[in-house]
Ligand binder design. Sequence first.
Ligand SMILES: NC(=O)c1ccc[n+]([C@@H]2O[C@H](COP(=O)([O-])OP(=O)(O)OC[C@H]3O[C@@H](n4cnc5c(N)ncnc54)[C@H](O)[C@@H]3O)[C@@H](O)[C@H]2O)c1
Length: 262
Amino acid sequence: MDLSNKIVVVTGGANGIGAAMCRRFAAAGAARVVVSDVDFSAAEKVANEIGGLAIACDVAVEQDVVRLVESTVAECGAIDVFCSNAGITVKGGLESSNEDWQRMWDVNVMSRMFAARAVVPHMLKQGSGYLVHTASGAGLLTEIGSASYSVTKHADVALAEWLSVCYGRQGIDVSCVCPLGVQTDFLDDDDPIHRYLHLHAITPEEVAESVIQGMKQKSFLILPHPQVAEFFSMKADDHDRWLRGMQRLRQKLTRAKKRDAA
Ligand SMILES: NC(=O)c1ccc[n+]([C@@H]2O[C@H](COP(=O)([O-])OP(=O)(O)OC[C@H]3O[C@@H](n4cnc5c(N)ncnc54)[C@H](O)[C@@H]3O)[C@@H](O)[C@H]2O)c1
């Protein structure tokens, strides 16, 4: 898709990957970029910088997402691209609380369903539209340090696939962005697993560039780290071998964590 003259909404647009996407979409000639975030004042800063429109929205709350879609259509006349980007992470495995699991589910998964439910009817009426989900490499592979992140990002990939299957023939394109480490507030330098992700971390601007290129080709999977394609194919070829490799990596990183703690 060519972004010129398009109306684009980005959730989680105030920081990190979302802010870089807003700037890149504006540079690509989008008619209007709606910078949406739960942090309204930070969203306003990005919107002011690019001549966009800031709209407050907590993506975990369906009424907020409906209001975001309705206000954008009322103000801008259409939505051509909706980027479900806002996401959170909580470290931990089985010990993570049910409240944390629920929050992860709401922000990382239900938010995307609320957005699709609100925006797809507009796109069907227009006869075209583009849904972009920022999932993660963890949605195709795994995130050793967070069970809830791995599960919710897999669910996001599954939802994006389902949307593509069901609406792809009705003019709605879907892309799923699956980076490994990206240099944003997400990565915690004190954690060995995050330090490992940092080794190959790229900038949010590199992710945004990859999104623009992927959207041009209408690729379902947008992989800013090309090695994800290789790892994903290794996993599909021999799941047991892939799991053994990940078990070895986890052992190595857990030992590093214990050394840090000592
Ligand atoms: N940074 C990474 O290493 C990395 C890697 C792969 C995927 N991702 C994914 O990229 C997306 C963006 O992450 P980022 O690294 O830019 O993080 P970030 O923390 O820099 O930015 C996330 C933005 O989302 C907003 N946000 C959080 N909860 C929200 C909510 N309930 N409603 C609306 N906005 C909310 C925050 O205010 C923030 O502005 C996430 O979905 C994340 O899972 C990040």
